[in-house]
Write a protein that binds this ligand. Structure first.
Ligand code: ZN
Length: 279
């Protein structure tokens, strides 16, 4: 399975593990009574490595959080939950319902999506036991983990319908999930590109003293990076609205968009679908 992966402390009692496959970030927040694991990777093998890495940092009971329903953030839920009997799995209510009701269908679709390019990953996704979240967040939940609080917040539609942001305000750390991505364009396949800017605006209006932002993928960033990605998503949303008003082909709108033609084309199609009531 390659070199062992491990957590790095990025704030007081807050750790990030950067998993090399897809460059996914997993966060771990350690309180006095429990520790919170944010996202659980893609496969049983990956999640087993993750559970081992968690146990090097802490032996506390775990609470699990999924930032959204994509496989690279939740398919390890069962392994992590089994490593800490009785643990809860939190997610936004739509993420919980999606994984509970459509999980098996999604698992097959993800397998097919990756079978060509990464057969090992595809096989791992297909054979993992999907455990859906069992605790729903509507707009906010504040978790006391012993001596500190962790805030789970949903600011609206963006990367998916059910993105959660996790704030560890005493450590000035914000865990953004795929609402923010570093090292590649945001991923638009299940996105709401016309709403994503409002969602980031709401996030940026919080009074949280944020020094470090953990993106869903890639290197740690800061609020300046969030502002820049917010600006680009705003530009994209206006291009989509203008293109729709002008009857422009999605390809010609995507060619002008800030995230490259391929990624932006997915966004333009999603935006057009929403504007015509197909989403
Ligand atoms: Zn995602």
């Amino acid at each position: 399975m390659g070199a062992a992966v491990g957590f790095v402390e990025i704030g007081a009692g807050v750790y990030v593990l950067r998993y090399p496959v897809l460059n996914v970030n997993v966060s771990l927040v350690v309180g006095a009574e429990v520790a919170v694991v944010v996202d659980t990777l893609s496969t049983t093998a990956q999640a087993t490595e993750l559970a081992d890495a968690v146990r090097i940092v802490t032996t506390l009971p775990l609470v699990i959080v999924n930032t959204h329903h994509h496989f690279d953030h939740c398919m390890g839920n069962a392994v992590l939950a089994e490593s800490s009997p009785g643990s809860q799995i939190w997610a936004h209510e739509t993420t919980m319902v999606t994984l509970r009701d459509d999980g098996a269908k999604l698992q097959r679709a993800w397998y097919e999506e990756w079978a060509q390019n990464d057969p090992e990953l595809a096989e791992g996704i297909a054979t993992a036991t999907l455990r859906a979240p069992d605790r729903a967040v509507h707009t906010e939940s504040i978790m006391d983990i012993g001596g500190r609080v962790v805030e789970l917040r949903h600011f609206g539609r963006g990367h998916t319908e059910g993105d959660l942001v996790v704030a560890v305000t005493d450590a000035h750390v914000l865990i953004a999930g795929d609402l923010i991505e570093q090292g590649g364009p945001p991923s638009f396949e299940d996105s709401f590109p016309l709403h994503w800017p409002e969602t980031l605006a709401a996030l940026r209006q919080t009074p949280w003293p944020t020094a470090t932002v953990v993106p869903g993928h890639g290197a740690l960033v800061d609020l300046d990076f969030v502002r820049a990605q917010h600006d680009e998503l705003t530009e994209l949303a206006w291009l989509i609205r203008d293109g729709d008003a002008d009857g422009a082909a999605p390809e010609s709108v995507a060619a002008k968009a800030p995230f490259g033609a391929a990624a932006s084309l997915v966004a333009v199609r999603r935006g057009y679908a929403e504007l015509s009531g197909r989403l």
